[in-house]
Design a protein. Structure first.
Length: 248
């Protein structure tokens, strides 16, 4: 199984902070955001045998410099061809491009989603269901739910409703940008792209996919920070800074 970290966006909502710097390399409690994601993936070895960071050509040198400063093994960069926001490939298409070259199951995570759960139980649930899985969490309020995706599941955990960017959220149960996909998902990604559906937000793919085949939700035990606003960025920095201070 491979892991793919989505880090190809230009994060316009956080400009000027991210005007010339990729969001996953912004510091949280003194270290790059992406380190928190990689540190959740490394303990999954040997189930995860390779970690690919999907980025863009513009930010590739900064990611390369970061990677060379670490001691991570089995981590590699795979840039798309974009150098500007208006050229970006889109997370769904970037994901499809990677999976067409690799015939393995995949764990996919956003480079700007921070969480405190480990992912061993998440992978166990994936192996039980033999189907696509998305991590779930409770947004702290309706406004946050509106910026993400709201989810309804049945008693077996199967998603029965998934609404990306809901105008009027009926629940705060939300989908995180953490997925596990069987290797056959590349066929569905191909079908989705051929339909001309949105390519920028992975949640749009899940919104379509759960109507085509079973998709299950795995409930995270703790809170998740989707770093999409300055408020969420500062909240994550406060939390992890306090956690670091407590350890000292």
């Amino acid at each position: 199984m491979i892991a793919i970290v989505l880090a190809g966006g230009y994060a316009k909502r956080l400009w000027p902070l991210t005007l010339n710097k990729p969001k996953p390399l912004l510091p949280v409690a003194g270290k790059p955001m992406i380190d928190y994601v990689i540190e959740k993936l490394i303990p999954l070895s040997p189930s995860i045998n390779r970690i690919i960071i999907s980025t863009n050509l513009s930010f590739q040198p900064q990611f390369q410099a970061w990677l060379e400063s670490t001691t991570y093994r089995g981590v590699e960069l795979m840039p798309d061809d974009s150098r500007r926001e208006e050229e970006k490939l889109g997370a769904v298409k970037a994901l499809a491009n990677i999976l067409t070259k690799i015939s393995e199951d995949a764990l996919v995570a956003a480079g700007d989603d921070l969480f405190t759960d480990d992912l061993k139980s998440f992978l166990h649930f994936f192996n039980e269901k033999h189907a696509s899985i998305i991590a779930l969490y409770h947004a702290k309020n309706i406004d946050e739910a509106r910026r993400g995706a709201t989810v309804t599941i049945d008693d077996d955990g199967r998603i029965v409703e998934f609404i990306e960017k809901p105008t009027h959220p009926k629940t705060t149960l939300s989908g995180a940008c953490i997925y596990a996909f069987p290797k056959k998902i590349r066929n569905k990604l191909k079908e989705y792209l051929e339909l001309g559906l949105p390519i920028d937000e992975p949640g749009r793919f899940i919104e379509w996919l759960h109507k085509q085949e079973p998709v299950y939700g795995y409930m995270l035990k703790h809170y998740l920070w989707d770093i999409g606003t300055m408020e969420s960025y500062k909240a994550a920095d406060r939390f992890f800074s306090a956690k670091l201070l407590h350890k000292k």
